[in-house]
Design a protein around this ligand. Structure first.
Ligand code: NAP
Ligand code: MG
Length: 490
């Protein structure tokens, strides 16, 4: 590999070649996957299975067992049985397991990245360069916390784990969401039952294999595949002490209602409609890249996507023209091609939802721009990157989460107006601000009602940095010191 530094001009340009002969990565996919319960591959008691497809080809990749209530019972019982020993294990020993898992994730990263792209549709460049490195980083980061928990919370006498965690995750970052949930839970001494999304179960099942390879004691991590009913059975199970959910606001509200009064601990990471604000004094070319990264990363299947763009009026025409030109260079297509920028939409259902919003946007008076004219593959679920102008604040496309490659462009005249309109949403997950003025950055960031505010950048993640929302985007934080609170009795 030859790498040139993109750093500022006064730093030396470093070039190196460490490329071994190109290696081939074998990714074997079985016809059928069972449930991973108590360290064993177990057939579902209901004998029901479901298919997972490759959204870029519509080919069936594998059949997975659908866990029913009896399977959830067994998984929770296994996690309960494993809990006391795991919780009392010397923290340095617990850390060794997490380090081992992190290393194994790195060793199998190429295979996992390919599988993630095949099962979910995301471009291989993103699975390989963003998802997998972050997945390993989350395990390394949390391995380091295991023996430092009492120093992390000086007020607490002896932080204790909560118990059995029921975790339910979505399809947009399957392995990364798993890492966000399992790494802190294990570091704090909890045991886990996790349900991946129905359309992307394969990397979670690979992760179960890795737990096995690393000698993790049976029952500490259990992976149960299935659809919404499986998730419901898990979060409502009386043997679960802590529920962690990432997904839609609608399902999150139902889970909050189901957990109310049960004494279960709960954290929710839900939807968003995040504002990305560009001031006239910003470096416009840099902002264009940030806008692209903000909404077209992972086909826009990103809870914190910068899906509402607010541009200061004097530069609106310039931004639209440059966005138009930049979008015409993006390549939509095969997720496994390393030159692909926009992969497949995760499912037929999601593609229909996105198309519905585009039609509604036009019907409500917006203008649709689709500058990228590349030919879409004949099979699979694809959508060109699109932006809408002439959007009014009360338009559906300005208010509801589309969860696809669609940007709503609006303008503003004063900073006050930008802040008011950015905050005029039921969500509060993230926000972005683009300006050259340091004073403006801090003034505006402090007044945006969002869990994460990015300044002159967007969609950057790090295991040390807490992530989470306010308002209908949920509560609780994942990552960093703050993320540990959700998995400890302090
Ligand atoms: P979803 O329908 O809420 O599903 C999320 C997970 O919950 C899936 O595993 C799903 O299973 C399961 N589920 C469905 N109904 C359930 C129920 N009644 N009880 C328990 N579990 C249930 O959301 P999605 O369509 O997969 O994901 C898209 C949404 O997630 C977007 O709104 C996005 O903003 C949000 N999201 C938020 C974050 C964040 O960090 N805040 C991150 C990623 C995504 P099935 O897949 O089998 O239906
Ligand atoms: Mg799939």
């Amino acid at each position: 590999m030859t790498s040139t530094s993109a750093a500022s001009t006064d730093s030396p340009v470093i070039e190196w070649t460490d490329a071994p002969a190109p290696e081939t990565t074998r990714v074997e996919i079985a016809d059928r996957y069972r449930l991973f319960i108590d360290g064993r591959w177990t057939a579902s008691r209901g004998r029901k299975t479901f298919e997972t497809v490759n959204p870029a080809t519509e080919a069936v990749l594998a059949r997975c067992d659908e866990a029913n209530a009896a399977d959830i019972d067994a998984a929770v019982a296994a996690a309960r049985k494993a809990f006391p020993k795991w919780a009392r294990l010397k923290p340095t020993e617990r850390a060794k397991f997490l380090y081992r898992i992190a290393r194994r994730l790195q060793e199998r990263a190429r295979e996992l990245a390919i599988l993630e792209s095949m099962d979910g549709g995301k471009p291989i460049r993103e699975s390989r360069d963003v998802d997998l490195p972050l997945v390993a980083q989350h395990f390394f980061h949390h391995a380091g916390w295991c023996d430092k928990l009492r120093y992390a919370f000086p007020g607490a006498v002896e932080p204790r784990p909560i118990g059995v965690c029921g975790q339910v995750i979505p399809w947009n970052f399957p392995l990364l969401m798993l890492a966000w949930k399992i790494a802190p839970a294990l570091a704090c001494g909890n045991t886990v039952v996790l349900k991946p999304a129905e359309t992307t179960p394969l990397t979670a099942l690979r992760f179960a294999e890795i737990c096995d390879e690393c000698g993790l004691p049976p029952g500490v991590v259990n992976i149960v595949t299935g659809a919404g009913a499986t998730g419901k059975a898990l979060v409502e199970h009386p043997g679960v002490d802590k529920v962690a959910f990432t997904g839609s606001t609608q399902v999150g509200k139902a889970i909050a209602a189901a957990c109310a009064g049960t004494g279960k601990r709960l954290t929710l990471e839900l939807g968003g409609k995040s504002p990305n604000i560009v001031f006239a004094d910003a470096s416009i070319d840099q902002a264009i890249e940030g806008i692209v990264q903000g909404i077209w990363f992972n086909q826009g299947h990103v809870c914190c996507a910068g899906s509402r763009l607010f541009v200061e009026e004097p530069v609106l025409d310039e931004v639209i023209a440059k966005l138009d030109r930049r979008l015409s260079t993006l390549r939509v297509g095969d997720p496994l091609d390393k030159n692909t920028d926009i992969g497949a939409i995760n499912s037929k259902g999601q593609l229909d939802t996105i198309r519905g919003y585009l039609d509604q946007g036009v019907a409500e008076g917006a203008t649709r721009h689709e500058p990228c004219d590349c030919v879409l593959p004949k099979r699979g679920f694809f959508c060109r990157p699109t932006f809408l102008t002439g959007v009014q604040p009360d338009h559906t496309v300005a208010r509801e989460e589309i969860f696809g490659p669609v940007l709503a462009v609006m303008s503003f005249r004063t900073p006050e107006e930008a802040i008011r309109r950015a905050n005029d949403t039921r969500y509060g997950l993230a926000a972005g601000v683009w300006t050259d003025k340091g004073s403006k950055i801090f003034e505006i960031a402090g007044r945006l009602n969002a869990g994460v505010v990015w300044l002159n950048t967007y969609n950057r993640f790090d295991a040390t940095s807490p992530f989470g929302g306010v308002k209908e985007s949920g509560f609780g934080r994942e990552g960093g010191l703050h993320g540990l609170r959700g998995y400890l009795e302090l």
